[in-house]
Design a protein around this ligand. Structure first.
Ligand code: UGA
Length: 454
């Protein structure tokens, strides 16, 4: 395959839009479709409809070079392409199961377009979907609405993505691997060739396997990482009871063992975002439907829930056992730095606990305040938002560091001492060093035992 296939990306969320922009940067002709007209217009004006590091520049560049175009209709995107990626969201239902309605709608639209195509093309499921979904949900819809046979008239693959928000562009530019789940040899060959063209010269291995294994790889990676985080948060709680222990020192010692990777062993106020919480829940409910008891995954989720309450507990302890009427500053609202995404952010749980205990909450975040105001916290709790760090800290009796933005890391103890009523710091992301700790009135860090008194 020397000529580059034309690409359609159905879905303009993080996964879809970042892939669309990176593929276009690598000289593929890419059409990306959204059902939201406003989003289509924004992209075609060269802008990203949400904040993600480096994405605005990349969209500007690829739209103006003519390689990337957004369209409103899914059908138009498919009819003009050779390989189509399904990259729509699969949010959690109340039961914890993934909601497949967008996947189904997209498969139907692709099926209808395939009906009118006479060249071989390949459908690739890229959304996170429970094992069996490509074969049992997507393929039957593609076949029904196209009147054609998968594996004969068109190809089908499942290829999960592993990008991290905040680093999505870099992760997509050079992933550690491409997982290709294939319905049949020809489909897999097509996607492997596409990946080799996309990552030419970059040494990105392609791992070929069955459809269901590829679907499970995605859950395997995310639940394993979530398990690491809950493990270290449990260890951190134990460490906090023992004078002299610092879990961050302990992790250095654990991580030198070649069998253990320390990268995702940062203790904190718990994991959030649109992936770990949803994927852990989905795998639990998938296992339960099979009459299994996924005890480990249930515990991973439970520890994560408790970690937000535990963080608030540290504040309560330092404020005389009661938060009523106390002004508490929250620094950081997004679920991690370099994104404005508030989905399942630990800040929401922390703010809810503080509110239910009667605290007077003020929060600052460099990017996420509009999302926090519009989508998440507004109707359920009272919270005020500060425009600057100084305003947030002013007269507060306690400050909780919830997201490790760089601008918070640079703050000196003086900033807290000068603005706050009392500089009581709960560092839930462990961003401050030993010197800082000595200079504020009270410092409590997740996973940090009391100073030893000799
Ligand atoms: C995660 C995975 O890391 C990606 O590989 C995957 O592709 C993505 O989900 C997805 O399924 O789409 P993401 O949710 O963007 O990526 O962010 P992470 O960097 O993994 O962080 C998730 C949460 O875990 C954050 O709230 C972060 O603060 C927390 N975390 C992470 C910790 O508390 N400790 C750690 O050591 C690492």
């Amino acid at each position: 395959m020397s000529e580059k296939p034309k690409v359609a990306i159905l879905g303009t969320g993080y996964v879809g839009l970042v892939a669309a922009a990176v593929f276009a940067e690598r000289d593929f002709d890419v059409l990306t479709s959204s059902q939201n007209k406003e989003k289509v217009d924004t992209i075609n004006k060269g802008k990203a409809p949400f904040y993600e590091k480096d994405l605005d520049d990349l969209i500007e560049k690829t739209v103006s070079s003519g390689k990337l175009k957004a369209v409103h209709g899914r059908k138009e995107a498919v009819l003009n392409s050779d390989i189509f990626f399904i990259a729509v969201g699969t949010p959690s239902l109340m039961s914890g199961e993934a909601d497949l309605s967008l996947i189904k709608e997209t498969a139907i639209a692709i099926g209808e377009a395939l009906c009118e195509k006479d060249t071989y093309s390949v459908v690739v499921a890229r959304s996170t979907i429970i094992p069996g979904t490509t074969r049992n949900v997507i393929i039957p819809l593609l076949e029904k609405y196209s009147g054609k046979k998968a594996g004969k008239d068109f190809g089908v693959c499942m290829s999960p993505e592993f990008l991290r928000q905040g680093a999505a562009v870099d992760d997509t530019r050079k992933p550690d691997s491409v997982v290709v789940g294939e319905l049949d040899e020809r489909s897999g060959e097509f996607l492997e060739n596409f990946s080799n063209q996309l990552y030419e010269g970059l040494d990105v291995p392609v791992l070929r396997m069955g459809l269901e294994s590829a679907e499970m790889v995605k859950y395997g990676r995310n639940t394993f990482l979530a398990m690491n985080i809950s493990y270290i948060n449990e260890m951190a709680r134990i460490a906090e009871t023992i004078p002299g222990i610092d879990i961050y020192e302990v992790v250095k010692g654990i991580g030198v063992d070649w069998r253990i990777n320390p990268v995702f062993l940062n203790a904190g106020c718990g994991y959030g975002g649109s992936c770990f919480p949803k994927d852990v829940k989905a795998l639990i409910s998938f296992a339960q439907l099979r009459e299994l008891s996924p005890l480990l995954l249930e515990t991973v989720e439970e520890i994560n829930l408790q970690q937000a309450a535990h963080t608030v507990g540290l504040a309560r302890q330092e404020l005389g056992g009661n938060l009523k009427g106390k002004r508490i500053a929250i620094l950081g609202l997004s679920f991690k730095p370099e994104t404005d995404d508030m989905r399942e952010a630990p800040s929401i749980k922390i703010a809810n606990h503080l509110f239910s205990e009667g605290a007077d909450i003020i929060a600052y975040d460099p990017k996420a305040i509009p999302n926090a105001k519009n989508n998440f916290i507004k109707d359920t709790i009272q919270i005020s938002y500060a425009e600057t760090i100084g305003e947030c800290l002013k007269d507060a009796e306690c400050c909780i560091i919830v997201t490790e933005w760089d601008e918070f890391k640079k703050l000196t103890a003086d900033v807290f001492n000068m603005n706050m009523k009392r500089s009581v710091i709960i560092d839930a992301r462990r961003i401050y060093d030993a010197d800082f700790r000595k200079e504020v009135e009270i410092y409590k860090g997740i996973g940090l035992g009391k100073e030893r008194s000799e």
